[in-house]
Every structure is written in C-alpha cells, then in structure tokens.
Write a protein that binds this ligand. Structure first.
Ligand SMILES: [Zn+2]
Length: 455
C-alpha cells in the first residue's frame, strides 16, 4: 500500500537524477574509484592522502558534468523575460554560449538572449537565474570562495591556497577584481540593511522584545591605520600639483553586543555569543551611522540603556556625546592604567621594583574602589616633587587627563554589574583586520608591550 503510494514519486525522482548524472558515467566512476582503492591498498609508498587526492579528482569530472547539465536545464527553463524590469523580451535568439569557472571546473552554457525595450538593453535572463553577475566569469560558489579567501589573506597567497584546496585557478589580478566586486556588493547590502534598520517602525520593535529580560547594550569603538593605494596611476600627476598621494587611511571600527550575550567557557575564557561589527574607511560619519544601525539590528531599541567603552581618543567621546547622548561612557581600564604607569615611571625612574610596588596597589584601587582616591594620591605627589622637575610636569599632565575622564572610570560599578571594563573585543577586531592588511605593522608588538606592562 505504502509502496504503491511512493512508487510514482520515487520513479519521478530517479528519472530526474538520471538526467542530471548519467548512470553510465556514475557506474564508470564507481569502477574507477574501486580500481584506485585496489592500487592504493597494494602500494606500500602511498598513504591515505594519495587516495584522497585521487578520489577527489575522479569525482570532480562527474560533478562538473552534473553541474553543466543542471545549469543548461535551468537556462532552458528560464522564461524569456527581462530580469530587471519584468516584461517579455523581443528579438529573441538562442545558442549564446557562455563559459565560466565552477567549483568543479569550467562549463559552458547555451543561453537565450533578447532585447528589453524598457531597459533598452540586451538581456540573458539565464545569467540572472544562475547567479552569474554580468562582469564575473565565475559561478556563485567560486565567487564566495574568492571573496572569503581574499578577506583572510593577501590575494597572491589566496590564489595559491585556492588552487591547492580546490584545484580552481584564479590569477591574482582576477581574484583582486573579484574581491573588489564582492566588497562593493557587501557595501551596497550594508547600506540597504542600515536603511531598513533605521526606518523600522519603533512600536513594532519594542513589542517584539518586551517579553525579554532587560539587557544593556555594549558599544565599543576604536580606529587603526590602513596602508592602501588609492588614485592608481595618478601619483605623478598628483605630485606635479604639489599633492602627496595619501597612503595611510583611518579604518574606523566598532563592535556591538548585548551584555546577556557575554558568558564564560568551562575553562573560564570570556566569550560573546553574538556580536556585530563595523569597519569602514568611509570616515567618522560612515562609522557612526553604520554602528548605530548595527546596534539597532542587535536590539539597541528595547535595550535597558547603552554603555560605550573606548580608549581616551577625544573624537570618540565627542562622537559618543553626539550620537548616543543617553549612553553611559567608560574608559578602557588598560587606558586608565597607562597614565598611572607614566607617573610611576616619571617618579621612580629606573627602579622597576619600586615602580611596580607603587603601581600595582593603585591600579587595583582604580579597579575596586574609586578614581577619586587615585587622583587625590597623584595630587598629593605633586608638591613633593622638586620644582621644575620633568616628573612634576608628567604628574600635572596625567592628573588633568584623569580629571577629564573621571566620570568614565567607575570600574567598581561596572564590576558589580558584570559589565566589561575594557575594550578588548573591539581591539581584537582591529588586530585581526590589521594583521590581514598590514602584516608587517608593529601593532602586535605594541599590544605585547602593553600586556607585558599589565602582567
Ligand atoms: Zn528591462
């Protein structure tokens, strides 16, 4: 009874599969794989890696053939309508070949072409159906691989890794162009999502989240320098006009997450289960709006307040006052200890033991008690230093700095509420991207120095 019910669909399924993967070839592949296994077992100089490579190569041909058949059928089934504006195309003709690289090798598809009167353009609807963007000679899966690798390593390296892992050969110039195109797509997508996030009706959003326990939203901001050439080919012309082409650019970075998404692993390592990122070269305004939209997407609207954590840079706090005036502000704890350390070094000079003996209790006091107590001690230090001494100058400067950030140094309350005291997450984000773009930067060294100081 059941069998009879399932029989027709079963038959239909196998018939479709037969069209995609011709059984003869599949049987042939199975036969060849069996032969490979036989010789692998007998060969004393082959480990499993040999078989893995060989099997993947043998299967590749079959997968390529299946992909080609599927792509052709999809192209044939695509209605001759304009993929941009919809109406039927005129002056249609078939048999326009397009060859492109897929995950399993190059394939060629014959497509129909027609003219859209409204767009005043020739269109191949099959290209849109298959996901082949107009300028790319690569399938969607290859486009994704290229974009992913290019975000992780320089394109020359990405080209070699891609060839080694998949057999797909993408020259570095092509990979570069592809990564750029994907970057532009990602930017356009972000703009679209940001517009949606900031335009979403507020009541609906609040209603959706009302049932949740209140959580504060944490925003962290930082910036770093990227060395990148703009104005290709225009260097000489710019210099003739007396302009030195800019090579270093600020990348404004930010991260946003909910406090109730912070936890610890079994080993005690802090983790954040969900967080959003922004890293942009589109200036302070670009970052401010992108981070705000990202924060809205992640639940800033119904959040029980927001907390901004960053280092001492003036522009960050100005931006915070301007964009998120209701948010609480916190100076990254490490950046608060730095001026303390500067004072300690100025006063105790070369004596590391005395320096540490002075710094440690004050750093602890800053974290567990209050900034006011620490500032008072620094102020008491001042008159005891000889007039005109450099140490006196340092102490005065750092005391001013402390006063400036005093309201951002309530670490005791932060600890009581289980909030982060430092901007580690955004710094880690900066470090990751910085290592990708400026592999020889001294950023890593600076981080190591700072961590050494804190140890
Ligand atoms: Zn059209």
């Amino acid at each position: 009874m059941y069998l009879r019910q399932f029989l027709p669909s079963f038959r239909c399924g196998s018939a479709r599969a037969a069209l995609v993967t011709p059984p003869l070839t599949a049987a042939h592949l199975a036969f060849r794989l069996q032969a490979s296994i036989g010789s692998f077992v007998r060969a004393s100089d082959q480990n499993l890696g040999h078989l893995e490579t060989q099997a993947a190569q043998q299967a590749q041909a079959l997968l390529r053939q299946a992909t080609a058949t599927a792509a052709q059928q999809k192209a044939d089934a695509t209605p001759p309508r304009c993929p941009v504006c919809g109406p039927p195309l005129s002056r249609g003709s078939a048999g326009h070949a397009r060859t492109f690289e897929t995950r399993f090798g190059a394939i060629t598809v014959q497509r129909a072409r027609g003219y859209c009167k409204r767009c005043a353009k020739w269109r191949c609807p099959a290209d849109t159906a298959l996901g082949l963007a107009e300028s790319a000679g690569y399938s969607p899966a290859v486009q994704e691989l290229a974009a992913l690798l290019a975000t992780k390593m320089p394109v020359a390296e990405a080209s070699l890794v891609l060839a080694r892992l998949t057999g797909i050969k993408l020259p570095r110039t092509t990979l570069d162009r592809e990564a750029r195109r994907q970057g532009e797509r990602a930017q356009a997508l972000r703009r679209q999502l940001d517009a949606q996030a900031t335009a979403a009706p507020k009541p609906e959003r609040t209603q959706l989240e009302l049932s949740l326990a209140p959580y504060p939203m944490i925003l962290q901001l930082d910036a770093w320098n990227l060395r990148e050439r703009d104005d290709w080919g225009a260097t000489a012309a710019l210099r003739r006009q007396g302009q030195e082409p800019a090579r270093w650019h600020w990348v404004y970075t930010g991260t946003v997450f909910r406090l109730d998404h912070c936890a610890r692993t079994a080993g005690g390592r802090p983790v954040i289960s969900e967080r959003g990122f922004v890293a942009t070269r589109q200036g302070l305004d670009g970052r401010r709006e992108q981070l705000h939209a990202e924060a809205l997407r992640r639940g800033l609207g119904p959040a029980a307040g927001a907390l901004i954590i960053a280092d001492g840079a003036v522009w960050i706090w100005r931006l915070a006052d301007d964009r998120w005036p209701q948010a609480r502000q916190r100076l990254d704890y490490h950046h608060a200890v730095q001026p303390l350390a500067a004072v300690g070094r100025a006063v105790f000079g070369e004596d590391p033991a005395q320096f540490r003996a002075w710094l440690k209790p004050r750093a602890r006091q800053l974290k567990n008690e209050s900034a006011v107590k620490v500032i008072r001690q620094l102020e008491e230090l001042q008159p005891r230093l000889p007039v005109g001494a450099r140490a006196g100058e340092v102490v005065r400067r750092e005391v001013n700095d402390f006063h400036e950030h005093q309201a951002r140094m309530d670490y005791r309350t932060g600890r009581r509420r289980g909030e982060p005291l430092g901007s580690g997450p955004v710094e880690a984000t900066c470090r990751q991207t910085q290592c990708r773009f400026n592999p020889n930067s001294d950023f890593g060294k600076r981080v190591a120095m700072r961590e050494g100081l804190m140890a």
